[in-house]
Design a protein around this ligand. Structure first.
Ligand SMILES: Cc1ncc(COP(=O)(O)O)c(C=O)c1O
Length: 297
């Protein structure tokens, strides 16, 4: 038996149609974002996540940056962000020039304490202080956040919601007002990452999802240099080169076809860790009764 020296975070598993689709890219000479896999990946991702629209990007960070622009983050605005996350969640806000209000975690999910945020926003409003115009809530390590208090904030104060679901493909709520919905599809915009260490990968890549057709159109506009004219050299605002390439989308699509299998595997691993560590003096990742986590980590 070989000794196990290292347990990796999350290894890519490229045993599906990746090579076949990549061969198609090379044989058709479509390597850039003009190739057909980008649209196919977007359509299939939207279907799988339950969102109406999906726009592919070059990374999860790019997806978050575009989502922040769409949500109206910018100089003078305040954005509430989960404090327990990867730096990209906060960086995407800082790119817009908005100020960040870090919100600490609660023990039930390790995610943003949304009830405390709710109370804080109500208190700020009462005192006439600045309230966040956007909440960026992270579903950290694959566990859905308790989103209902933020939905109430949206209702009461018109606060926009961006879900950072970079680590949580396939995770969902099982009960309550959002029972049955997948993470990323309940806020105004949801963002995913396909970085090499995520549940599914495209090498590097991301996706913005939304149920709002106009928001998706504008996201597509921003990721493609905000082109306005037919010749590709007129631009009506500052845009970005954030498009996903056909090569990345080919890998992403092949990975998406295997998402259900990967999720079963992750949940099985979590169950095994849980069983084997049951009497060990360690804290295991949470599992709220109203959630179906993906157990990315
Ligand atoms: C919570 C979170 N947000 C955002 C990102 C950024 O994604 P990407 O690396 O694809 O830019 C990551 C992962 O890297 C992440 O874990």
């Amino acid at each position: 038996m070989t000794a196990v020296s290292r347990i990796v975070l999350s290894e890519p598993m490229l045993g599906g149609n990746e090579l076949t689709y990549l061969r198609e890219c090379v044989e058709s000479n479509f390597v850039s974002s003009a190739g057909p896999f980008v649209g196919q990946f977007e359509t299939e991702f939207a279907k799988k996540s339950g969102a109406r629209q999906a726009v592919a990007c070059s990374s999860g960070t790019a997806a978050l940056h575009v989502a922040m622009r769409l949500a109206g983050a910018g100089p003078g605005k305040l954005v509430a962000v989960s404090s327990f996350t990867f730096i990209a969640s906060a960086n995407a806000v800082s790119y817009t020039g908005a100020d960040i209000l870090l919100v600490d975690s609660e023990p039930c999910t390790w995610n943003m304490d949304t009830e405390r945020l709710y109370d804080d926003v109500v208190r700020r409003a009462r005192l006439g202080r600045r309230i966040p115009s956007v909440v960026e809530v992270v579903h950290v390590l694959g566990h859905p956040a308790d989103i209902e208090p933020i939905l109430e904030l949206r209702q009461r104060f018109g606060i926009r919601i961006v879900e950072d679901a970079a680590e949580a493909h396939g995770a969902r709520w099982s009960s309550g007002a959002v029972g049955g919905r997948q993470v990323g599809t309940v806020g105004d915009l949801g963002c995913f990452s396909f970085n090499g260490n995520k549940l599914i990968t495209s090498g590097s890549g991301g996706m913005v999802v939304s149920n709002d057709h106009a928001a998706a159109l504008r996201a597509r506009h921003l990721v493609n240099q905000a082109k306005s004219g037919d010749d590709g050299y007129e631009h009506d605002e500052v845009g970005y080169n954030y498009r996903m390439s056909n090569i990345a989308a080919a890998v992403g699509l092949a990975q998406l076809e295997q998402l259900d299998t990967f999720l079963i595997r992750k949940r099985d691993m979590a169950e095994r860790y849980g069983r084997l560590l049951a009497s060990a003096p360690v804290t295991r990742p949470p599992h709220a009764e109203w959630a179906v986590p993906s157990y990315w980590l």
